[in-house]
Ligand binder design. Structure first.
Ligand code: GRF
Length: 206
């Protein structure tokens, strides 16, 4: 029997990727506990989605803290509270503090709406990414799932899937096609990590 991993999702936007994870979990295809949704914007649609599905929410705003140390301490406490195994970034723009990345090395993943290492880095999010792809004249774009390290969009790549950039694509048409790929694949990559960790843990128990 596959044991669920405890997952914290960080999302501050629409949360359509988060919704895709909720759906696959509810269909019984994704073996995770969506333990907590963490974001810095409580007006984000992602927060409504969490509420609708009774997933705990934690509003994390660095401006609420006097020091970085307290900010990081609270993040650790929150992740410990739910015994988090995997952190899934799904439309979260703030940088994860280096100490959290160090502690959760290879336990934090992100999805990026282009084929890294191209079209990544600071400021490359949302429509900026698709605009840059179109402006470059690239004939393919796609999605990248990668581990998170200390640099924006630079961690080891776990998975990529491509889609053609069509001659009549606009930012919106390309964004919509890429988002569909994200919904199709992100949960599958997470499920494959769940299975890998289950195998490792069962070997360690023997
Ligand atoms: C996605 O395009 C994802 O690649 C990026 O942020 C966007 C989030 O979209 N990291 P949504 O909030 O899940 O709809």
């Amino acid at each position: 029997m596959i044991k669920n991993l405890n997952v914290a999702v960080f999302a501050s936007g629409n949360g359509s990727n988060f919704q895709a994870l909720i759906d696959k979990k509810e269909e019984g295809l994704l073996h995770v506990n969506l333990s907590v949704l963490i974001g810095d914007n409580n007006e984000a649609k992602a927060f409504d989605r969490a509420q609708e599905h009774k997933i705990p929410i934690w509003l994390l705003d660095p401006n609420d803290y006097d020091s970085e140390g307290e900010y990081i301490y609270d993040i650790f406490m929150e992740l410990k509270k739910y015994n988090i195994d995997l952190i899934v970034l799904a439309g979260y723009l703030k940088k994860i503090p280096a100490r959290v990345i160090f502690r959760y090395r290879h336990q934090i993943i992100n999805i990026h709406p282009a084929l890294l290492p191209a079209f990544g880095g600071e400021g490359m999010y949302g429509k900026h990414v698709h605009q840059a792809v179109i402006d470059s004249g690239a004939k393919v774009s796609g999605i990248t799932v990668h581990y998170v390290n200390e640099e924006y969009d630079c961690g080891n790549i776990i998975f990529q899937e491509a889609t053609k950039v069509l001659s009549f694509d606009t930012v919106n048409t390309l964004a919509a096609r890429v988002l569909k790929l994200e919904h199709k694949y992100y949960w599958r990559i997470i499920e494959s990590i769940v299975i890998d960790i289950n195998i490792i843990r069962s070997k360690n128990e023997k």
